[in-house]
Design a protein around this ligand. Structure first.
Ligand SMILES: CC(C)(COP(=O)([O-])OP(=O)([O-])OC[C@H]1O[C@@H](n2cnc3c(N)ncnc32)[C@H](O)[C@@H]1OP(=O)([O-])[O-])[C@@H](O)C(=O)NCCC(=O)NCCSC(=O)C[C@@](C)(O)CC(=O)[O-]
Length: 318
């Protein structure tokens, strides 16, 4: 295959320089963590993230607690966290049962549904193949929209599957199309196990963009092989202006062996600012929030940028 020419970062026109960062740490970041994070800590994490300036903070999942015990406290989470003006708080919903539970709380205004581009992954993740899972998601989307709930869509394993290996870009495009047709306002393309490279991401995006406009897409990279920011750059070159990331690079999927953390929010923000993009998010506050989370939850998780900024501040105060 001919290698893709990676364009050097350049100044982007001011009309195109807004970039939306979707913070998924409280959901994707925590879902695979074995050590239970107390509900109060999760709630305060969401509140602190809201104060950083994100317009979207994903909060939890209404999935089966048997499948994802870490997020079994979803009812309490959505009822206890604060709601900042202009911030939306999607929750992940896998099926009609999850939607019913989310609606019953009376406070959920946005959900995220998730499909996949490989049968093998889909069976492990939601116990249904791609086709069957899509039928359930489309039904969930329809009911949610009838209840005035906004719906975001995900497609997982867009460039590689931990069980099946290669994933066909056509399948990614088909699932993304269906989710948008059903009424999702945006579809986030997930490299769930972080195997994507500039070449494979370019190939996948070129196929998806034949039928889906760039302004309906977000990207969701895990940083398992250190390729996430290169893949964000490719996505920007293709016109995409939204990406998911997780504070301190927390994360991983419980049903994707080898999936390490999401792209760290701090690294993404530093990258975006350095390349002329405005996000409205305060990087220093995010770093402070990561520091607070580590001490509150008994963790020691750091993004590269978070560690660098924190070390610099510590050195200045010595
Ligand atoms: C979808 C199911 C439930 C199917 O699981 P199943 O076993 O096929 O479901 P079922 O319909 O046969 O029900 C089994 C039991 O679960 C209950 N149940 C059924 N649904 C719910 C629900 N919503 N909430 C609470 N309970 C539920 C149901 O009531 C029943 O209870 P029992 O009779 O045994 O006591 C299961 O597979 C599941 O919860 N999977 C979720 C897995 C998950 O959360 N994975 C991670 C998220 S995806 C991801 O991380 C990727 C993403 C989005 O981040 C992007 C990327 O990185 O690519």
């Amino acid at each position: 295959m001919r290698p893709t020419r990676l364009l050097a970062p350049r100044s982007y026109s001011t009309a195109l320089n807004r970039f939306r960062v979707v913070e998924v740490g409280a959901r994707d970041g925590l879902q695979a963590e074995k050590k239970f994070v107390p509900t109060e800590v999760k709630v305060e994490l969401i509140d602190r993230l809201s104060a950083c300036g994100f317009s979207t903070v994903e909060t939890t999942s209404f999935v089966s607690p048997k499948w994802v015990p870490q997020l079994a406290d979803h009812n309490e989470i959505v009822k206890k966290h604060k709601r900042f003006n202009g911030v939306s708080y999607p929750v992940l919903v896998p099926n009609a049962a999850g939607l019913k539970n989310a609606l019953a709380t009376g406070v959920v205004e946005e959900i995220a549904v998730f499909g996949a581009a490989s049968d093998a992954f889909s069976l492990k993740n939601v116990n249904s193949n791609v086709e069957d899972s899509l039928k359930k998601l489309l039904e969930v989307t329809k009911i949610a929209l009838e209840n005035n709930i906004r719906v975001r869509g995900y497609v997982s394993v867009v460039v590689g599957c931990p069980y099946q290996g290669e994933v066909k870009p056509d399948v990614v495009a088909k699932v993304a199309d269906k989710l948008l047709e059903a009424g999702c306002y945006e579809v986030s393309l997930g490299d769930t196990i972080g195997v994507g490279t500039v070449n494979s991401v370019t190939k996948m995006l070129d196929t998806v963009l034949k039928s889906v406009p760039a302004n309906k897409l977000a990207v969701h990279f895990h940083d398992t092989y250190g390729q996430a920011l290169a893949n964000v750059l490719v996505s920007i070159e293709k016109g995409i202006r939204a990406a998911d990331s997780s504070i301190a690079g927390l994360g991983g999927c419980p049903y994707a062996k080898g999936a390490t953390g999401n792209l760290a929010t701090e690294d993404l923000l530093y990258f975006l600012k350095g390349n002329g993009f405005e996000t409205g998010v305060d990087l220093d506050k995010v770093v402070e929030t990561a520091k607070w989370f580590n001490s509150a939850a008994g963790y020691d998780k750091w993004s590269r940028v978070g560690r660098a900024i924190s070390n610099k501040k510590d050195a200045q105060t010595c």
